[in-house]
Design a protein around this ligand. Structure first.
Ligand SMILES: Nc1nc2c(c(=O)[nH]1)N[C@@H](CNc1ccc(C(=O)N[C@@H](CCC(=O)N[C@@H](CCC(=O)N[C@@H](CCC(=O)O)C(=O)O)C(=O)O)C(=O)O)cc1)CN2
Ligand SMILES: [Zn+2]
Length: 792
């Protein structure tokens, strides 16, 4: 028997309906009823799409107002105590407080008293931490655990969605995050406390939810356990068997879902678990398949994730069909066909898109087109199993599809011989600066003559509605290019004036001209195309429109030189040139699957290298090459780390190395647990790196100190993810803490990340505080120096 399903479906809406409904609601422009109505309409539309494409199940439980992990925190009743919710508070309000935090209501009164150690007022609550979902650009909210964490089932919301789904009279599969993955992805907030100790309390709650679902007539529940694709610590691995034995007693059928990575080393455990089915990612972990076919008992369902849920190319149906047939050949009784992972990570559909290069468009598949591929594969497999081949309309669809797959593979559009020639003749020194860091540092100090603890920002200033609107009007032709740039220049001028006024040392132009730090570069490079509407959720209501990299990458002309030179002309102070690095452009685009990622990264690196050289030529003395996705690109299995780090750091160096010694190269990374890759970060050899550290209270920096990180560092001194304005004393404390582990002469002062998601009011207030805090420390430094001189 063959069945089809999807692990999950994009929930933001084809036209980002959920994003706009959420933002209206948060702004107070829409009621909860209207938000709920949008959610309800979207769920119905998405289930109907699944039914229309012929799926045997619709998936329930993948909808979320913000994030599925946050939903599970409520479902499992483990909202952190620190939120101190009152019982009568409505669940949705509690939910938004958890994911967005709660700002103090200033009311014009400037409290200087009553702050806690972290400077939070009693009415303020910071949001749950947000972090990357495996190696994707999606962010989840991190559950918080300690020894007094308790669990309690609150399935009301889930059951309501189930009721809604039942109105469609189609078999339902409920999708939940599995208990071990849920626990593992959370964070222990208590020193020495291991959250695995909570498992025995958590399992009965899961059991209760599963029993309730069974009672409601649900036959199948999909439990996602993607951590099985990590190098899992022994005790976690050992907990699987007993956990699933316990869940089995609920009587509901469990499909255990793995994805994103090979389960190598624990494939046998996954196959032997007391569950009714196993889903495997045949795109990312194709090498596991022979073992799984061999080891998974034939009476269990094997769900094959054969349509890529992480990329947008039409599936080559022939090898996919072979996987299905092989499973049946081996004696599997029931095989399911699905995308490799949830379709959350791809756009809704491409067929209606108005912007993609018309030659590339037919090669693409968004969520809707992927469901169609799954149905097509099912029909083909069914026929084959009966010894028949496809005929009629289906055969035509199949053949047309395969022709397009072949057409892409052989398309001249993919090839640029000049690019290939350049890559194949890389000079061995192309990734090296002329001199070692110590020499460069001296020259740069002489050139820029900056004060101690130089202050700067990460690049972007608030992307106001005004700016977005301006761009939207330019796109639709309502205003012409000259008018557009006139307004943008005005924004840049204001940004420079603002920075001069508050006294920052190293300025930025503010990135007003950029829709997105990756899309903006992709749009100016050859080898990329863009969708009008190919949005993918990044976190909460925030979305990205990843560029589509289909061919060899080249830079036809300078991309940022005019803007950078203009900004620099407005100030005597250095204004950083601002670029996105090759690894991040690669990681945040949909990239070709017909060539190694390393090769694509190298091509992008050369394009950026040319831009860096042109910026220097135009008199720009500091150039920042952002690599926020450097850590995210790390393979999920450690065995593959070295290979990645080698080509990734090389790609960065290729882009950064054409410059003189006294040109200062900056890089920036956020969201990162860096400590396990510090040598590779040092190997990038950026003169200055700015990193996110404020939320970890500078703990992240300790690694840099212990490792004796040689170059200059700007640890973020305040969290830009919240509108909260930091207090001077907090920033002073953080800089002091940083100066204990990093030589003070190597320290910069800056926020955690760019400010594009913030408003101007809080940005101005926060940066003013940051500058004041720095001035205080400089004063102290001077007094100290004087005292030392007098003593001597
Ligand atoms: N690619 C990428 N990944 C990233 C980051 C990032 O900056 N870029 N940062 C980290 C955090 N992730 C983020 C992801 C998205 C956004 C974000 O702000 N996204 C914007 C969209 C940005 C954008 O592309 N804007 C376009 C289009 C904006 C738009 O929708 N305009 C409206 C009109 C708006 C108006 O008239 O006011 C329309 O066209 O309909 C532009 O400025 O041109 C959003 O969802 O709101 C921020 C952080 C990690 N991953
Ligand atoms: Zn950042």
């Amino acid at each position: 028997m063959i069945k089809t399903h999807t692990l999950g479906f994009p929930r933001i809406g084809e036209n980002r309906e959920l994003k706009f409904a959420l933002e209206d609601y948060w702004r107070g422009d829409a009621s909860e009823e209207s938000l709920q109505a949008t959610a309800s309409t979207l769920r119905l539309k998405h289930w109907k799409a699944q039914i229309d494409s012929g799926l045997d199940f619709i998936t329930v439980g993948d909808f979320s107002f913000y994030d599925q992990m946050a939903d599970h925190i409520q479902l499992l009743g483990c909202e952190p105590q620190r939120f101190a919710f009152a019982n009568e508070q409505a669940p949705l309000q509690r939910y938004f407080t958890m994911v967005r935090g709660k700002a103090e209501n200033h009311g014009g009164c400037n409290h200087a008293h009553g702050s806690s150690a972290h400077g939070l007022h009693p009415q303020e609550t910071h949001a749950l931490e947000m972090t990357k979902w495996f190696d994707t650009n999606y962010h989840y909210m991190v559950p918080e655990f300690n020894a007094s964490t308790q669990f309690k089932a609150h399935a009301g919301n889930l059951l309501a969605q189930l009721e809604q789904a039942k109105t469609l009279n189609h078999p339902v599969k409920v999708s939940l995050i599995g208990p071990l993955t849920f626990l593992f992805l959370g964070k222990s907030k208590q020193a020495g406390f291991d959250q695995l100790d909570l498992l025995d309390q958590l399992l009965p709650v899961y059991g209760q939810i599963l029993s309730t679902l069974k009672l409601q007539g649900v036959e199948w529940v999909q439990l996602d356990e993607p951590i099985l694709g990590l190098d899992l610590p022994g005790p976690w691995l050992a907990a699987y068997e007993r956990s699933y034995l316990q869940l089995k007693t609920s009587g509901v059928k469990i499909l255990l879902a793995t994805y994103f990575s090979s389960t190598q080393g624990h494939t046998s455990i996954a196959c032997k678990l007391p569950v009714d089915g196993l889903h495997v990612d045949c795109v990312r972990a194709e090498e596991d398949l022979p073992l799984i076919i061999d080891w998974l008992p034939n009476y269990k369902v094997l769900s094959l994730g054969i349509v890529d849920g992480r990329n947008i190319w039409k599936t080559d149906l022939n090898p996919a069909l072979q996987h299905i047939l092989k499973a049946f050949d081996a004696g599997k009784g029931e095989v399911w066909i699905a995308p490799s992972c949830s379709l959350l990570h791809v756009p809704y559909r491409f067929s209606n898109d108005t912007r993609v290069n018309l030659q590339v468009l037919p090669w693409l598949a968004g969520a809707i087109e992927k469901l169609e591929e799954i149905e097509l594969l099912k029909q083909a497999a069914k026929n084959q199993l009966q010894g028949k081949s496809l005929t009629g309309a289906l055969a035509n669809i199949w053949n047309t599809h395969q022709d397009l797959v072949k057409q892409r593979r052989n398309s001249p559009l993919l090839n640029n011989p000049e690019v290939k020639a350049r890559i194949s003749s890389i000079a061995p020194t192309a990734d090296q600066r002329h001199s070692e860091f110590a020499v460069r540092q001296q020259l740069q100090r002489e050139r820029f003559n900056l004060p101690a603890y130089p202050t700067t920002t990460i690049g972007s200033f608030p992307q106001t509605r005004n700016i977005r609107n301006l761009r939207a009007r330019f796109r639709t032709g309502e205003i012409d290019e000259a008018t557009y740039w006139q307004h943008i220049s005005q924004e840049i001028r204001q940004a420079i004036d603002f920075q001069e006024r508050i006294g920052l040392d190293v300025l930025v132009h503010g990135e007003a001209e950029r829709n997105d730090m990756v899309e903006y570069f992709g749009e100016q490079l050859e080898g990329f195309t863009f969708s009008a509407n190919g949005w993918v959720q990044s976190y909460g209501s925030r979305c990205v429109k990843p560029p589509i990299l289909f061919g060899d990458v080249a830079r036809p002309k300078p991309m940022t030189v005019d803007v950078a030179a203009f900004a620099q002309s407005l100030s005597e102070k250095p204004v950083k040139g601002m670029l996105t690095g090759p690894v991040t452009i690669l990681q945040w685009s949909f990239v070709r699957n017909d060539q190694a990622r390393a090769t694509t990264a190298l091509q992008i690196a050369y394009a950026i290298r040319d831009e860096v050289a042109d910026l220097e030529q135009a008199g720009i003395g500091m150039i920042q090459i952002d690599e926020p996705a450097y850590r995210e690109g790390l393979p999920l299995r450690k065995a593959r780390w070295n290979d990645y780090l080698e080509w990734a750091s090389k790609a960065f160096r290729i882009s950064a190395s054409p410059v003189r010694d006294d040109t200062q190269i900056h890089t920036h990374m956020c969201y990162s647990e860096f400590n396990d890759i510090l040598p590779a970060i040092a190997a990038m050899d950026a003169d200055v790196i700015t990193i996110e550290t404020s939320r970890s209270d500078m703990e992240l920096l300790r690694g840099f100190g212990e490792f004796d990180y040689p170059n200059e560092i700007g640890p973020g001194v305040y969290d830009i993810h919240s509108p909260r304005v930091p207090k001077q004393a907090e920033i002073v404390r953080l800089i002091r803490k940083a100066a204990q582990v990093i030589p003070p002469e190597n320290l910069w002062v800056n926020p955690d990340c760019g400010l594009k998601t913030r408003g101007w009011e809080e940005t101005e207030a926060a940066l003013t505080v940051m500058v004041k805090a720095t001035e205080q420390l400089r004063c102290e430094l001077e007094t100290q120096n004087k005292a030392e001189k007098t003593a001597a």
